[in-house]
Design a binder for this molecule. Structure first.
Ligand code: DX5
Ligand code: ZN
Length: 222
């Protein structure tokens, strides 16, 4: 079954804990926290302390997406209390293997995020140590944007490479994911759909999730 991760960027920030309970009840599988520094992206969002404070609200996994310039300087702020997985952005890494090792040595899973203009070819040699490959469908910074052209093709290529090489990396797509494109994204090979606006702004989140899962289940196998 497709994994749906709720991106809290689109939730009501005054009631994050309740928003998480609402999303869990509606059927999401994990939570996605965008952490922004106002430099890598022109926006600011969340800190590890927020994640720790939100832990009592759900037993689902927490994925921290570091949309900031200096991931190596802040990694030590994360332990399994704050997150289950750290996703770092490819174009912020000086020594990718070293960053992945540092994340793993803290007992956390490793995710790598690619911007729409980061070529897949450049990162293929790092798949070995990777739990998650996150393909951004938008340029990071804000929710509610439309998906960039080329995202589906990138998922297809990543899927083909992972299947051919028997890597266990899962593929996530983040940004611009909405009910109208989820079936195509899943068919192209996405394992995880990260959704903000389409979940939190929907009138009935549980129904939105049910209908996404239903359409994917009825679609022909890829
Ligand atoms: C973009 C973030 C995404 C964003 C997705 O910087 O990485 O996680 O919250 O938002 P939607 O689903 O609204 O495109
Ligand atoms: Zn994100």
């Amino acid at each position: 079954m497709i994994h749906i991760s709720a991106s809290l960027l689109a939730a009501d920030y005054a009631r994050l804990g309740e928003e998480m309970q609402r999303a869990e009840k509606a059927g999401v599988d994990s939570f996605h926290f965008d952490m922004m520094d106002g430099h890598y992206v022109p926006n600011l969002a969340l800190a590890p302390d927020h994640l720790e404070a939100l832990r009592p609200y759900s037993h689902l996994p927490f994925h921290a997406h570091l949309e900031l310039d200096n991931p190596d300087d802040v990694l030590s702020r994360f332990t399994p209390l704050q997150a289950d997985m750290i996703i770092v952005q490819w174009n912020t890494l000086k020594d990718p293997s070293q960053t992945f090792d540092a994340i793993r040595s803290q007992g956390l899973k490793v995710g790598l995020g690619l911007n729409p203009d980061d070529p897949l070819q450049d990162v293929i040699r790092f798949f070995q140590g990777l739990d998650l490959l996150l393909l951004l469908g938008v340029f990071p910074g804000f929710g509610g944007q439309s998906m960039q052209p080329g995202t589906l093709e990138k998922i297809t290529s990543a899927r083909r490479f992972i299947d051919q090489t028997n890597h266990r990396t899962t593929i996530a797509v983040d940004g611009g994911v909405k009910p109208e494109n989820t079936t195509r994204l899943a068919q192209a090979g996405a394992d995880i759909l990260i959704m903000g606006t389409a979940l939190f702004q929907s009138t009935d989140m549980a129904e939105t999730i049910r209908s996404i899962r239903g359409s994917i289940a009825e679609s022909p196998p890829r």
